[in-house]
Design a binder for this molecule. Structure first.
Ligand code: DQQ
Length: 476
């Protein structure tokens, strides 16, 4: 597909209220995990799990887009498609892309079998423009699951990095009757892989599922393992471990939640500014029937820059490049909050920064997607007494009944610490980062174009500053 065709397809969705304007999604149809993120010759390449034939999961291919600035994207032809009769005949699942001495090299999971239950790791090398890919004729490069996994057929999502002596890979898996696991491999040439040992095994107990899409990397002086899956009673699905990595053994000393809601299967990479950047799939929160009639499904998060704080917590800030497209600006200065007040800004594509001082029993936050009668709204409220951040979506039904969806997540502030909120609202996407360390991404589907009001709310709290920018489309 030429970029011209892709833009024409994008035009068809011009009046879709729920379609994001400044987040990446394909021209049409289904997208899930980010794949193969790499900066190559200065440009950022985003590959992604894609069903080119429809807006629901299936027929997994790798879609491809390129950006010079991490903000504006150009659609490129599909990068990888299943090959009949091969290790990837029913799908090209997730993976990564590395620079092997000047040769762009993708490691991905090829799947076979009716239920995609034969999962092996495959390799493809690219042309210098990353537009054409040749699969290694000897695929798969890893064809069997380690014995200690038992009968598990879940064995996927290679994440590869280079150390002084060799390439290393982690794979997401599950040990039968134990739980999620990440396996570590080593190779001199990306083709012959030696299994070393589990890098980490879940202690949450059997039935807690597979660990998918591992990311393992150095951040500052420590190492971070991110996995998508479950770890015990927590309802969070993307968690991370921080610890030390010596002699190829990982010893985690801190466990945290990367995102509490719809962000899933994130993938990170390092760019030429030595930033660790992460994209995540923002899942839909509406039924298949609605995704089918929309004609598209799945959005990528705005790339986030990762750092660690002194308490070993991962901090996330949207890549500053996104600030370059900020439009009309609204500012409100310091003031006491004594209830809820409307703000003179309307929009469903906004970038918001807010900071508050909140007393021990105080509450404060913002209300977005607010209809004129306020029956429809999305509340983002911090409760200092319970140390929780609440995201509550209220939608009126045709008969006037109100449907409420709530997500309440722990968020601790130390004495004297201000609450900071960074919020990216974009059609049906709502990315919320509190103090850069508590992330709650959500999907909201406003009923009407004028459900776009903004309100400020607080009791026993003081606004330090509120800045709101209207955001444009990145496709015009
Ligand atoms: N999505 C891919 C898998 C991965 C899962 C398949 C995570 O490779 O484990 O579409 O969303």
């Amino acid at each position: 597909m030429t970029s011209y065709d892709a833009l024409a397809i994008r035009q068809r969705f011009a009046s879709d209220l729920h379609r994001p304007q400044y987040h990446f999604l394909p021209p049409s149809n289904w997208m899930n995990d980010p794949n193969g993120l790499i900066q190559w010759k200065g440009n950022y390449h985003l590959f992604y799990q894609h069903n080119p034939f429809g807006p629901l999961w299936g027929n997994m291919h790798w879609g491809h887009a390129i950006s010079a600035d991490l903000v504006h994207w150009t659609d490129l032809p599909l990068a990888l498609a299943p090959t009949p009769g091969s290790a990837d005949e029913t799908g090209i699942f997730s993976g990564c892309c590395v620079n092997n001495n000047g040769v762009p090299t993708i490691l991905y999971t090829g799947v076979r079998g009716d239920r995609h239950n034969i999962q092996t790791e495959c390799l493809a090398t690219g042309s210098d423009d990353l537009l054409t890919w040749e699969k290694y004729p000897g695929n798969p490069v890893i064809g069997t699951v380690p014995e200690e996994a038992g009968q598990s057929s879940d064995f996927r999502d290679p994440f590869v990095w280079k150390e002084a002596d060799a390439w290393y890979m982690v794979l997401g898996s599950r040990i039968k009757d134990v739980g999620g696991a990440v396996f570590l491999y080593r190779s001199a040439d990306l083709i012959d892989w030696e299994y070393l040992h589990p890098l980490l095994i879940s202690t949450a107990g059997p039935g807690t599922g597979i660990w998918e899409c591992p990311n393992f990397f150095r951040l500052g002086d420590e190492w971070v393992l991110i996995i998508s899956g479950h770890n015990g009673s927590s309802t969070a699905t993307v968690i991370y471990f921080v610890g030390s990595y010596e002699n190829h053994q990982f010893t985690p000393t801190y466990e945290g939640v990367l995102d509490y809601s719809t962000l899933y299967a994130p993938l990170s990479f390092v760019d030429d500014q030595q930033r660790r950047l992460l994209f995540g799939w923002l899942r839909e929160a509406r039924p298949d029937t609605e995704q089918r009639s929309a004609g598209w499904s799945g959005v990528q998060s705005i790339p986030r820059v990762l750092t660690l704080d002194s308490q070993h917590r991962v901090h996330m800030t949207p890549a500053p490049e996104i600030e370059s497209i900020r439009g009309e600006h609204f500012h409100l200065g310091a003031q006491a909050l004594t209830g809820q007040v409307p703000i003179n800004v309307h929009g469903l594509a906004l970038d918001i920064e807010a900071s508050f001082e909140v007393e021990a029993d105080g509450r404060c936050g913002l209300v977005l997607t607010c209809s004129a009668d306020q029956t429809e709204r999305t509340e983002i409220i911090y409760d200092a007494a319970t140390h929780h951040l609440l995201v509550r979506k209220i939608t009126p039904e045709a008969d006037g009944a109100l449907i409420t969806h709530e997500r309440e997540v722990p968020h601790d502030l130390v004495a004297g610490e201000a609450l900071t909120l960074r919020i990216l609202l974009d059609g049906s996407v709502l990315e919320i980062m509190a103090n850069e360390r508590t992330s709650v991404t959500s999907r909201v589907y406003p009923l009407h174009a004028d459900s776009d009001g903004v309100r400020l709310t607080g009791t026993q709290a003081r606004l330090q500053a509120l800045d709101i920018w209207k955001m444009p489309s990145i496709w015009s």
